[in-house]
Design a protein around this ligand. Structure first.
Ligand code: IPM
Ligand code: MN
Length: 349
């Protein structure tokens, strides 16, 4: 019996998670696994009523679950940063979800903004470090508000933190077993402390994986190649900030936020799966948002639980409807409502 904690969150989060759970329910019947869910209301509304984001006892409670299924965090009436840091990043950090895994896969070339790219040209995975770097929140103001003000924001990289991420990426590349190529994406030419450490850790771990080809690309060049030659990539490993940026670009290349899913992984603990797009306030409650990113996150969640066949079946069903039914992957333009898209995935399972 798997225990799934559900955090719908803000905006369209609850709507898309509902469709994801519909698909998980159908998959459980077909593939014969059992699970139970519990809802948690960590979100902007609750924060505005109670002033609370996420407390230590909430974290303790969440640790009792096998996985967490998250919708979206972010509320237009709450100052940017409060919910993101107080809920989303707090979850990632306190559950030590040190990997953010973001597959970039094009399911229908008609939805790719790049000219002349086939589905097989866009099929790679970004392994984003998820616990350190610029996200650590280190830095300070000096003389705040004066004309001599200085703000620093430190990128914090530990050898242990970098090495466990890099090692995960090598293992993942081996397990994925496609082109067996791992690219380190960094900025060794300018950020000479952080990326020196990354490069050394990468080179040393690489010696343990003679079957994996390695590459290095600066982050700016990586952005260029995502657009020019996405087919060059198999698996990319990078730090928290660069990973954040390039995976939004990746999401566009695979057809948009409507289809982009990710996992925040603690391979030894509680992992959390989410669509990577935001809470989309303007589409909230209209039954127009694309639930496929959340549904794909649900498939990743099942894969993590060991339900590999169910995960594959969900992905195949998503591919089928993306290829044969949907007019677009964008909210309001799919030719179907949010709930109808969920139903289509269930029907094709
Ligand atoms: C993401 C999001 C978050 C991040 C925000 C909401 C804090 O953009 O999951 O990529 O920057 O990691
Ligand atoms: Mn992001």
């Amino acid at each position: 019996m798997y225990k799934i904690a559900v955090i719908g969150g803000d905006g369209t989060g609850p709507e898309v998670v509902k469709e994801g759970l519909k698909v998980i329910e159908a998959a459980s019947k077909k593939f014969g696994f059992k699970y139970e869910t519990k809802d948690f209301d960590f979100n902007g509304e609750r924060y505005m009523k109670t002033g609370k984001t996420l407390e230590d006892n909430d974290i303790a409670e969440l640790k009792k679950f096998n996985v967490i299924y998250l919708g979206a965090i972010g509320h237009p009436d709450v100052k940017p940063g409060i919910l993101e840091q107080g809920i989303l990043l707090k979850l990632r950090f306190s559950l030590d979800q040190y990997i953010n895994l973001r597959p970039i896969k094009l399911y229908n070339s008609a939805f790719c903004p790049l000219k002349d790219k086939k589905e097989s040209d866009v099929d790679f995975v970004v392994v984003r470090e998820n616990s350190e770097g610029l996200y650590k929140g280190m830095g300070e103001f000096k003389d705040k508000g004066t004309k001599d003000e200085v703000a620093t924001q430190i990128s914090y990289n530990t050898r242990k933190g970098v090495e466990r991420c890099v090692r995960y990426a090598f293992e993942y590349t081996r397990r994925r077993n496609k082109r067996k190529t791992l690219t380190l994406c960094g900025k060794t030419n300018v950020l000479t402390f952080a990326w020196d450490l990354w490069q050394r850790a990468f080179n040393e771990v690489a010696k343990e994986y003679p079957d994996i080809k390695t590459n290095y690309a600066h982050v700016d060049a990586t952005a260029m190649w995502f657009v020019k030659n996405p087919e060059w990539f198999d698996v990319i490993v990078t730090d928290n900030m660069f990973g954040d940026i390039i995976t939004d670009l990746g999401a566009m290349v695979q057809g948009g936020m409507g289809i982009a899913a990710g996992g925040n992984l603690n391979p030894e603990g509680v992992s959390m799966f989410e669509p990577i797009g935001g809470s989309a306030p303007k589409y909230t409650g209209k039954n127009v948002i694309n639930p496929l990113a959340a549904i794909c996150a649900g498939a990743m969640l099942l894969e993590q639980l060991g339900e590999v066949k169910a995960a594959k079946a969900i992905e195949d069903s998503v591919i089928k409807i993306v290829k044969t039914k949907l007019k677009s992957l964008a909210a309001g333009k799919m030719g179907y409502s949010t709930t109808e898209v969920g139903d289509l995935v269930v029907k094709n399972l």
